[in-house]
Design a protein around this ligand. Structure first.
Ligand SMILES: Nc1nc2c(ncn2[C@@H]2O[C@H](COP(=O)(O)OP(=O)(O)O)[C@@H](O)[C@H]2O)c(=O)[nH]1
Ligand SMILES: [Mg+2]
Length: 187
């Protein structure tokens, strides 16, 4: 698979129609968005950082000229206060509302945290916009098989959830299959 950086949006007004179906990856800083994108598409294109909250842009990646992945800036970063917080919110919301091609928003969360208030707010908002969403629980290599089994059993959104590790690549095929399926639906 080939991933190519198309554009970094600093402002939602900079968004131009990509001509391809788009999928967005959202989640708090450190949830594993960049690592997941790299692992899914065998690339090294999304910056994985030790300092959370680095990505302040919406980064659009073209994957094999088939679809576009939007890496959204991490939310819930405590140190982003005041004006920056508003800019960041405008950027994410502006992109999600502007893009006519956006098919599914993936909400990524560390499997050890699960879904917290911020994720629930995002889900409620996507539902109100009638946007399709899916959950990706990341870093499943960090917990045992039995812990994972329990989480799956107790997850009320299990049918909408993918379980993924960027380290072992477990869950990769399921996500790629979903993306491919959505692409063929739109053709
Ligand atoms: N063990 C493990 N670590 C991960 C995984 N995904 C991400 N990480 C680590 O979690 C940290 C944050 O990842 P990053 O992709 O930068 O998160 P982002 O801020 O959401 O883009 C980094 O130290 C990654 O190496 C995973 O599946 N397994
Ligand atoms: Mg990132």
């Amino acid at each position: 698979m080939k991933a190519v950086l198309l554009k970094c949006l600093y402002n939602p007004k900079e968004y131009k129609d990509t001509g391809l179906i788009e999928f967005a990856f959202a989640g708090r800083s450190n949830s594993g968005k960049s690592s997941t994108i790299n692992a899914l598409f065998h690339s090294n294109i999304a910056k994985v950082s030790k300092t959370p909250g680095k990505t302040k842009t919406v980064n659009l990646y073209n994957i094999d000229d088939k679809y576009v992945i939007a890496d959204l800036p991490g939310y819930g970063y405590a140190k982003v206060g005041g004006d920056l917080m508003i800019q960041w919110k405008n950027l994410i919301e502006g992109y999600i509302e502007n893009s006519k091609r956006l098919d599914t928003v993936f909400i990524l969360s560390d499997v050890r945290r699960g879904l917290e208030q911020e994720e629930q707010m995002l889900i409620d908002w996507l539902v109100s916009l009638k946007k399709q969403y899916r959950i990706i629980f990341t870093k499943i290599d960090k917990i045992s098989k039995s812990e994972l089994a329990l989480i799956k059993k107790n997850n009320p959104l299990h049918d909408l959830t993918f379980y993924f590790s960027a380290v072992t690549k477990e869950g990769r095929q399921e996500i790629l299959k979903y993306l491919g399926g959505r692409c063929s639906l739109k053709k």
